[in-house]
Design a protein around this ligand. Structure first.
Ligand code: ZN
Length: 371
């Protein structure tokens, strides 16, 4: 056989709005990267599978991903990463090399078989689609029509005879967006075969919308007001005659948000993580607690979508403190201001809250998860 499948996943995923790097986001039940690996393994066509990763993303690799493959560190650009992988195999007995972008998880095993058959008589085989859109090109500020019949949108995996690719890589230092560009720059023949419509590149989070789930969580909290304590609401110190009593700073808004988040992600409740029996949490700032919980839910693939808050207090009046609080929550939760709302509610002077002896809060949050 002597075939090698190289998967490039070393990019920084800058166009992808997520705290988890794109290759490791779950898509159709598993990390994007694993789709390519599994298909390469299942095809039984490859003696070696190499995954090129960004060294800062190594914490996302686990045994599930790495069991059948060799992992190497990529470079600063796509061309540098593929160069490193090629260098790694240049002294091996590999004859044919496939280079594939991890961001295209939907290719079929049939496609790699077809590519390999075509590689027998060619040095470079590339799957491509004809453009269905009309294409214009701008030159010197003027637009020109291009004949769309002669436009090809190239995909990966692209396959090469290793020795030809090595010789071209040596001679060309230009930065290229894919390896077949080397063949064009050197006037060498590329065999185009029909690509697959489903083999699109996942570029932004919108591309995996179909797998996006939304979950909701409810939070509630109440604390007594006590003279001589500072009042914290939404992590902001608000001038007031009393502050909220509690093991921590008693911030009812942040506690409700934490419980809402834990609820939405099915991760128990605030007391499970910050027991009021534990000395180390005495007088802890609630913003630190929230920070810890956000890290936890992010690590499980959940991201905050929106937050709606009811603050139930006779005083202070929400109108005067709303913006400060929303701004701080937006910073703490790393979501934009237009995803958070704060409403004020009194209890018509009834009960402990009405007599300014307590403040309560209820929150509903939604979180998104790609699963
Ligand atoms: Zn509380």
């Amino acid at each position: 056989m002597k075939n090698c499948f190289i998967i490039l996943a070393a990019g920084k995923s800058e166009r992808f709005n997520s705290s988890i790097p794109k290759p490791y986001i779950k898509y159709k039940g598993k990390p994007i990267i694993l789709h390519s690996i599994d298909k390469a393994v299942k095809s039984k066509l490859f003696d070696k599978i190499i995954l090129v990763v960004n060294k800062n993303h190594k914490k996302y690799l686990n045994n599930n991903i790495t069991k059948n493959i060799k992992v190497i560190n990529g470079g600063l650009s796509r061309s540098e990463s593929s160069y490193k992988a090629i260098q790694y195999i240049k002294k091996s007995k590999i004859k044919n090399v496939f280079i594939h972008d991890a961001a295209r998880p939907n290719f079929s095993i049939k496609l790699i078989n077809k590519i390999l058959v075509n590689l027998k008589k060619n040095d470079c085989v590339v799957p491509a689609l004809k453009s269905i859109d009309s294409v214009k090109i701008k030159k010197n500020k003027k637009l020109y029509n291009l004949n769309r019949k002669s436009i090809f949108l190239t995909q990966t995996p692209q396959a090469f005879k290793l020795q030809t690719l090595l010789s071209l890589k040596k001679n060309i230092s230009e930065t290229i967006t894919d390896d077949s560009s080397l063949f064009i720059l050197s006037n060498k023949k590329i065999k185009l075969i029909n690509g697959e419509k489903d083999n699109y590149k996942i570029t932004t989070s919108k591309d995996i919308k179909e797998n996006l789930s939304i979950y909701y969580g409810l939070g509630f909290d109440i604390h007594r007001l006590k003279k001589g304590r500072k009042l914290f609401l939404g992590g902001v110190n608000i001038p007031f005659h009393s502050g909220l009593d509690g093991h921590s700073d008693g911030d009812v808004i942040l506690h409700s948000i934490i419980d809402g988040l834990l609820g939405a992600c099915r991760l128990k409740d605030i007391g499970h993580y910050f027991s009021d029996k534990k000395k180390k949490f005495k007088n802890i700032k609630s913003s630190l607690m929230l920070n810890q919980i956000i890290k936890k839910i992010n690590s499980k693939g959940f991201h905050i979508n929106n937050i709606d808050i009811n603050l139930i207090a006779e005083n202070p009046k929400v109108n005067k403190i709303r913006f400060q609080i929303l701004k701080n929550i937006s910073k703490l939760c790393n979501i934009s201001l237009d995803k958070i709302n704060l409403k004020g509610k009194t209890t018509e002077k009834l009960g402990l809250i009405g007599k300014e002896k307590a403040i309560a809060c209820e929150v509903i949050v939604s979180v998104k998860c790609y699963d």
